[in-house]
Design a protein around this ligand. Structure first.
Ligand code: PLP
Length: 762
């Protein structure tokens, strides 16, 4: 990427001494609370206009968070002015999703304010746990892709890289999941109902986005109207590095109508119509698409993607031009990372800017574009690769379509020259899919117009393009930030000091401690405490009792056939049958936990949730297995739930059909927190097992290559006919044993497992 740290070196203060922490921030004295002019009291009074006695828990959170924001603000402006002064190469991370979760505890910890916060909490008699619960998750993402983006931001700030991230300010994040009668029900997540204390609106930095037509939304569909423009208003959120030295920015765009009224309509008396247009425009960034791993042909999403790209490029080009006169310097000064294909329109948009606004020649513009943009691929499922109807480009972005056609013409000319007569290859690499209803293949466009991060992809999904442009592909394994996902486990710091917090490779120093009885005891104690804490929380919030002495076995992630929650559930049925047949069977008592959302239109995934819940209910009602086997489905999987449960788990299930999980992220979080992995050779689990030694993993199942070759011979009926336990488990399910009042509700599971041939090798 070529970016470098330009901030002056500053070692994070390791002191618990409050005055030393304050010295770091260069403005003494700061009192978060506890004095007449403590920040907390001032914010309560002057922002919320309420006194201490009248404040509710949410008021207290807002005041506390604003106090923390006060501490970081100076650092934030200083970070930006350092970048302006030093003019380093900047990295811009474009993503339609940021699954940030809560910011409060993370910001306090990264600013090293924990001792100060504890002191304030004590002085003010604040209930810390209650305070933390007041912050809604910023759930602006579906799953791994969005969580990866959030981890990257924090890590880039901690590495002091001049990075800025762009996304959309959805008013509604991923839906809230309720479970009713075992079924998933979706409810809107209005996370901005109360003002978010972290975000800073910057209306003076607004940008204008031109569309060939405006749109009206009718019945959820997008209808084109006359030519129009939209305004993007940036809302900035601080991205706090560990140690608090660098505060980078996450800039989220909110859509708005141009500030002018339609005066003609207005003067003809249509005041309401003129205002309604504003509402139409604002609806563009109202809601995140609740979809995971499949592209949905939705016009609104198409405009959302273009809006993100157009606003962000206008903003970063404006910043580049403020300091740089020469366009040739652009790829040396700017790296733009596209998180999946969602922001791929950055390619034709940057070409449009360079060709039409800046009047560069095609070859120059293409060279700059290709060297500036990089694309991260996240999916190996061919049907999940985005394709947009050509007709939508024709209506809304005709100039971009023209540019895409020209990119394609040049690409196909060169492929024809190189692979004479191989028309099949030409069709496969083309940016335009000519099947029924012509479509633009966004992944092909992203690969042709950038450099790309992927490994498995080059041997499977886009093999033809990988053969033509081998030098453009490189593999980067996902990562997770150790601050959010490990820092709270204090046995590590006690054992090896705290250098690991910013240099994870230091964890290797724990290896000799594997045989240290004292460390092992401390580790077990920490794990047990985490399990007890989780059990207490679960009891107090949902009245479910779980026994921390049982093995906590987890599978928490989006519900998807390829992730194979169904395989895990079938195995539980097998164990249940064994216990029913042999009540004296000697097995360690276990509690199986599942959590995860299903895309609202993904019926089979929703049925899997229903099955797990029915399984849990039936097992709970059976005294024969009480205390030995329990199943719990935790509703509303979110980043904050993940933070709560990951440290408490003994076993992590990473059991996707090999070849389908591009990487995974919770696999690493569980392992870092000392869980044992039951897994397939898929995604980053492969590399984790290599690092830790396969003997320390519970690996099973086919490899990705074997899955491919098994298509020729795998027959689920064989297992049904020849394996008595498999047959007994399936027969129990299909006898409606788990659905006595809902006959045949699980019949579709039989269809998917047995009738067409069990595509995911369950
Ligand atoms: N969803 C949420 C809320 C998460 O916190 C995470 C990871 O922590 C994921 C999804 C991704 O999980 P996985 O990598 O297991 O698919």
């Amino acid at each position: 990427m070529g970016t470098k740290n330009v901030m002056e070196p500053l070692a994070p203060t390791k002191s618990k001494n409050v005055s030393k922490i304050l010295d770091q921030y260069g403005r003494a004295p700061i009192h978060l609370a506890g004095t007449d002019n403590g920040l907390y009291e001032r914010h309560l009074l002057f922002d919320n206009v309420i006194d201490l006695a009248g404040a509710d828990a949410r008021d207290r959170l807002e005041a506390f968070a604003r106090s923390v924001q006060d501490v970081l603000s100076q650092r934030w402006t200083r970070t930006e002015s350092t970048y302006e002064r030093e003019n380093p190469k900047r990295v811009y991370y474009l993503s339609m999703e940021f699954l940030i979760g809560r910011s409060f505890a993370n910001n306090v910890t990264n600013l090293l304010l924990d001792p100060l916060a504890s002191e304030s909490v004590r002085q003010e008699n604040i209930n810390w746990a209650e305070l933390l619960e007041q912050e809604p998750d910023a759930a602006l993402g579906n799953g791994g892709l969005g969580r990866l983006a959030a981890c990257f931001l924090e890590s880039m700030a901690t590495m002091q890289l001049p990075a800025m991230s762009y996304g959309l300010r959805y008013e509604y994040g991923i839906f809230k999941q309720l479970i009713q009668d075992g079924w998933q029900r979706e409810q809107p997540d209005n996370w901005l109902r109360r003002q978010d204390p972290w975000e800073v609106a910057r209306p003076h930095e607004k940008v204008e986005v031109k569309l060939n037509c405006s749109f009206v939304i009718s019945g959820g569909a997008l209808l084109p109207d006359r030519p129009s423009s939209l305004i993007g208003i940036p809302f900035d959120r601080p991205v706090v590095s560990y140690g608090g030295k660098t505060i980078n920015t996450l800039r989220l765009w909110a859509a708005s109508a141009p500030e002018f009224f339609d005066f003609q309509a207005f003067s003809h008396g249509d005041f309401v119509g003129a205002v309604a247009e504003t509402l139409e425009a604002e609806s563009l960034t109202r809601v995140l698409y609740p979809d995971d791993s499949t592209s949905m042909g939705q016009g609104l999403r198409f405009v959302q993607e273009y809006f993100l790209v157009a606003c962000s490029l206008a903003d970063l080009v404006r910043r580049f031009r403020r300091i740089n006169a020469d366009w040739n310097a652009f790829p040396e000064q700017v790296a733009i990372q596209l998180n999946d294909t969602h922001p791929t329109m950055a390619i034709p948009e940057l070409m449009r800017i360079l060709l039409d606004d800046e009047h560069l020649r095609w070859d120059e513009a293409w060279d700059i574009t290709r060297r500036t943009l990089a694309y991260t691929n996240h999916t190996l499922l061919p049907k999940a690769l985005e394709k947009w109807p050509l007709a939508w480009f024709e209506v809304m972005l005709p100039r971009h379509l023209e540019i895409i056609f020209e990119i394609n013409r040049r690409l196909l000319d060169s492929v024809r020259t190189r692979f004479l007569g191989d028309e099949g290859r030409v069709q496969r690499v083309s940016l335009v899919e000519e099947d029924a209803g012509r479509k633009i293949r966004m992944a092909n466009l992203a690969i042709v117009g950038s450099h790309i991060h992927s490994k498995l992809l080059r041997t499977t999904t886009v093999k033809d393009l990988a053969e033509i442009f081998p030098e453009r592909f490189s593999n980067k394994t996902n990562g997770v930030t150790p601050r959010r996902w490990l820092l709270l486990s204090n046995t590590i710091t006690e054992a090896i000091g705290d250098d690991w917090i910013t240099d994870l490779s230091q964890l290797r120093r724990r290896k000799p401690l594997a045989v240290d009885a004292g460390f092992r005891l401390a580790f077990r104690k920490a794990k047990r405490e985490a399990k007890m804490q989780f059990a207490d929380w679960l009891k107090s919030t949902s009245d479910i009792s779980v026994d921390p002495e049982t093995i906590f076995d987890s599978q928490v992630k989006r519900i998807h056939e390829y992730k194979r929650q169904l395989l895990n559930a079938l195995r539980i049925v097998v164990v249940y049958n064994r216990l029913r047949q042999n009540p004296d069977l000697d097995i360690a008592p276990r509690t199986f936990f599942f959590s995860g959302k299903a895309a609202p239109a993904y019926q089979l995934a929703k049925l899997i949730i229903k099955f797990i819940n029915n399984l849990a209910g039936t097992i709970d009602g059976d005294p024969a297995v009480r205390g030995r086997l329990k199943v719990v489905f935790l509703p509303e999987y979110s980043a904050s739930l993940a933070e709560r449960l990951i440290p408490a788990w003994d076993v992590s299930n990473q059991i996707s059909t090999a070849g389908y999980e591009a990487c995974g992220t919770s696999n690493m979080k569980f392992m870092m927190n000392g869980a044992l992995t039951v897994g397939t050779r898929d995604g980053a689990t492969i590399e984790m097992a290599e690092q830790a030694g396969e003997e320390n993993f519970f690996l099973f199942g086919l490899t990705a290559e074997q899955v491919v070759s098994s298509r020729a011979w795998y027959n689920p009926h064989w297992h049904y006919e020849n394996e008595p336990e498999t047959r007994a488990a399936l027969d129990l399910i299909f006898s409606d044993y788990f659905s006595r009042n809902e006959p045949r509700v699980f019949a579709p599971l039989r269809d998917t497992l047995l009738t067409p041939g069990d595509y995911y090798c369950t």
